[in-house]
Design a protein around this ligand. Sequence first.
Ligand code: 6PG
Length: 246
Amino acid sequence: MAAVQILEEKALFPRLAEEFVTCAKKAISQRGRFTVALSGGSTPVRFYQALVEGGLASKVDLSKVYFFFGDERDVSPESERSNYRLARDLFFKPLSVPSSNVIRWMTEIIDAKEVAVKYEQSLRRFFELKPGEFPVFDLVLLGLGDDCHTASLFPNTDALKVTDRIAVMNRVEILDSNRLTLTFPVINSARKIIFAVTGPEKAEALKEAVEGERNCSRFPAGCVKPTDGELVWLADKDAAALLKKK
Ligand code: 6PG
C-alpha cells in the first residue's frame, strides 16, 4: 500500500515542484532527458504556479525535458477546457519551453479515435518502441476525481480494460463526452507516479484508492500500481481526513 504524505495545502505544491526537479535532474543525469506526463483538471494550476515561482528554468535544463499529457478533453487546443492550453499559458509560455518539447494530443483532429491513434503513434516514435512495448515515463503526474477516476480513466468505462494500447479515446457517458487517455499499462510502467490531491471533496475517493478493496471498475485510481516504479500520494489534510493510517 502506498503511503500518503499529508501536507498543508500551501506546502503541497512547492513540494510537488521539488519532486519534479529531483526527478528531472536524476533522469537527465542518467539518460540525458526527462519525460513527464502532466495531469489535467484544475489541480495543476497551483503546481504550474509553484514551478514558475520556484524558478524551475534556473534549476533544470528545460531543453532536455519532454512534456506529454496523461489525458485530454476532446476539445480544441484553444479551448478553456484544454489541459494543453492550461499548461501552455501557465507554464510553457512563461518558461519558454520549446514547442518541440511538448507532445500533445492533436485534438484539432475532429475524430477523437484518430486523435488517440496519432498520439499513440507519436509516443511509439518518440520512445522508439517495438510492437507490444509500452513507453516508460520518468514521471507521471496524476490528479484524482471525486469519483475516483484518474487521467480520463473513469469508473465503468471501456478504457479501464484496455491492455494492448498506449492511448485511447474513452466514452464517458456520465459527462456525455469523449475523453482521451493513456492506459493503465502505460501509467503503471512509469519510473515514478505522483498523485496530488487536495480538498474535502476528494476524501472518499482517496480513502477508496489507497485503503479500499481493489476494484478497477468502481475505483480506477486504486489500480494505479507501478510495475517497477515508485508511487507517491501527496494530499492535504482535507483530502486525507478519512484515511485510517495517518
Ligand atoms: C482531467 C484530469 C482529471 C483530473 C481529475 C482531478 O482532464 O480532468 O486529467 O483526471 O486530474 O479530474 O481534477 P481537478 O484537479 O480539477 O480536481
